[in-house]
Design a protein around this ligand. Sequence first.
Ligand SMILES: [Zn+2]
Length: 188
Amino acid sequence: MTTPILLGLTAFVVIFGAVLLRVILATQAYCAYRGRWLVRCPETKQTATVGVAAGKAAATALWGNPTLRLDQCSRWPERQNCGQECLQQIETDPDNCLLWNIVSRWYEKQSCALCHKPFGRLKHLDHVPALMNADRNTREWTEFRPEELAGIFSTYRPVCWDCHVTETFRRLNPKLIVSRDRSGESHA
Ligand SMILES: [Zn+2]
């Protein structure tokens, strides 16, 4: 193999490797910053739900360090022109700001309040677990505003999806349940 061909091949491998590395870093940036995040708003000192522009983070990661900007916030549109200082919390402690992690850790330590089945680590493709109030009403956790979940977690109890479906049916069909309980037969 001649020297020019060898040099050409070497240059191709180096350039291809560099491009591949940047694509991998961009993909990692996209995966790292998608989803919703809970932050402490520097202005109000209250919890806010924000979203990071993952596509922009990925695009900028092609050329260097990813640039983080918000693409949604529970305080928008009123405060849409804020300085987005809360992004620093996500950069320094992403694991504890990601909404999914916060919710998953809360359920992971507990069992269903009705059937007592342990939750374990939540999985994205599983049915969504629910929360039950003192009146035995259940709602999927995704129906609550994320920034209110810390307070909700202290007053509601965790319920698995199966029990949530059963309780919802019971609540929506009280006459059917009473009829079944009295007769001992199913009228469904
Ligand atoms: Zn259950």
